[in-house]
Design a protein around this ligand. Structure first.
Ligand code: GDP
Ligand code: MN
Length: 440
């Protein structure tokens, strides 16, 4: 879950990070009053959950309360990257001498938090990261030792901070780390952390991402969720307890179980299709949940076919089939659908679906092929030859045979051959991005 800038900065302040004084306004009149109360030049900042607001014209300075009112009027209602601005933050304006980047992210590969900093912070940080990555200092934090002072000093020297600022910087970095850990964040970022004209450090912008799976431990943070900023389908999925992630493909997938969902996406891709989503309806899904899932999938205009892949364990296939039929009556799908049901009461389940004129399949490969064919307009009437998925062992066996026939010195060759996997498996394995995102 993403937090707004004002929410992030309020949390930062609780951890001793200095932030500018300010308040949220939802009307231009509010902005005028806040500016008058602050009694000085202010900055009006759109509060939407996307980056790059500055470049999009969503951050502007105002010299007087009158100006604050006019500018707030311009920014409120503005569309920034598809999101409508409903709130602005009116902060006292800072006198900026330098913009620093300071952030903590979870490095999944190392399974540790990493603190990053750059002397070239501000709106161009993405370019810095791309073009001159060596200008970003990275420090890995040991979870047992925490962020050590020598590490924050190393960062401070690395970004060229003056000696007299190091103590203050250390407090900010420590505060950010404690905030990151306490909140179960996957990201806590200050960009820019500015050095003001008088040589004081201040956090002008803030961004926090909270791990959704940890929200049950933070009811106060969960309450900060801004539903206005979510895609309606994501809100519905969350409220129904469905794990749903929208992707860019054309085949909507409805699956019970996260692992099975990933396998389904891989299979779809293997046969030349692309999944429109990751969706795990979970165990024991009833008709209403199936209907909600179907509504969510079909709300995506890119979806050209739906693929159901259900494994009936505790969930009974006939129950799911009834759910699908009930959902079809309610949702009235406009795209073809294929279902593969296996497990408890599969015969009965398939019977129910066939009676509802739905395509059925008995293997995942067959179902994926049919879905791909439907998307490509070939229609599933075309009898597809059964797919042969090569067993993994074939090559290894031949290699061993070769080895047995030849001298033992050739061992390395055999090993290489054994490591080399059949292509089918390879293409299934190379999709880390999609897999990672499905975890959340
Ligand atoms: P972002 O573009 O969404 O990251 O929004 P930021 O809050 O980071 O603001 C973008 C840029 O606006 C910053 O990098 C600053 O250069 C500028 N800015 C933000 N607040 C102030 C301020 O109080 N005074 C001045 N002079 N510039 C500001
Ligand atoms: Mn920023």
């Amino acid at each position: 879950m993403k937090l707004h800038e004002y929410q992030s900065k309020d949390l930062f302040a609780k951890y001793g990070i200095p932030i500018p004084k300010g308040e949220i306004a939802t009307t231009p009149e509010d902005a005028r009053r806040i500016a008058r109360d602050l009694g000085r030049r202010v900055v009006i900042k759109s509060q939407v959950l996307v980056g790059g607001r500055g470049k999009a014209g969503g951050v502007k300075l105002a010299n007087t309360p009158d100006e604050a009112e006019v500018i707030a009027g311009q920014i409120l209602g503005m569309n920034i990257k598809g999101l409508t601005v409903r709130k602005v933050l009116v902060d006292e304006a800072a006198d900026i001498a330098q913009e620093i980047y300071l952030g903590i992210v979870l490095d999944r590969l190392q399974a540790r938090a990493v603190m990053m900093a750059s002397a070239a912070g501000g709106m161009e940080i993405e370019e810095v990261a791309r073009e001159t990555p060596d200008k970003i200092i990275r420090i890995t934090i040991d979870p047992f030792l925490g962020l050590r002072e020598y590490q924050t000093r190393q960062i401070a020297y690395g970004i060229g901070l003056k000696r007299e600022m190091i103590k203050e910087f250390n407090l900010i970095a420590q505060g950010l780390y404690r905030c990151f850990v306490d909140l179960d964040a996957s990201l806590a970022e200050v960009n820019p952390l500015v050095i003001t004209g008088t040589g004081v450090l201040q956090a002008l912008d803030g961004k926090i991402l909270i791990d959704d799976n940890a929200l049950f431990r933070h009811p106060d943070l969960a309450a900060l969720r801004d539903v206005d900023e979510e895609a309606p389908s994501e809100t519905e999925a969350r409220q129904r307890g469905l794990s749903y992630i929208k992707l860019d493909g054309e085949i909507g997938c409805m699956v019970n179980g996260a692992g099975l969902a990933m396998a389904t996406m891989d299979m779809t891709q293997l046969f030349g299709g692309s999944p429109a989503n990751f969706l795990d309806i979970g165990g024991g899904a009833q008709a209403d949940k199936v209907a909600a899932a179907l509504r969510i999938i079909l709300a995506d205009s890119h979806v050209k076919a739906v693929l159901f892949n259900i494994f009936g364990g505790i969930t009974r296939c006939d129950e799911v089939a009834r759910g699908i039929v009930a959902a079809m009556e309610e949702v009235k799908p406009h795209v073809p659908m294929v279902a593969r049901l296996v497990g408890t009461n599969e015969e009965e389940g398939r019977h129910i679906l066939a009676a509802a004129h739905m395509q059925t399949a008995s293997t995942l490969a067959e179902a994926a092929q049919k879905a791909v064919a439907l998307v490509k307009g070939e229609g599933a009437v075309v009898q597809l030859p059964p797919v042969e998925i090569k067993p993994l062992k074939t090559k290894r066996v031949t290699a061993k045979k070769k080895l047995a026939a030849k001298k033992p010195a050739k061992k390395t060759v055999a090993k290489k051959a054994a490591v080399k996997k059949p292509t089918a498996r390879k293409s299934v394995a190379k999709k880390p991005a999609a897999k990672q995102s499905t975890r959340r």
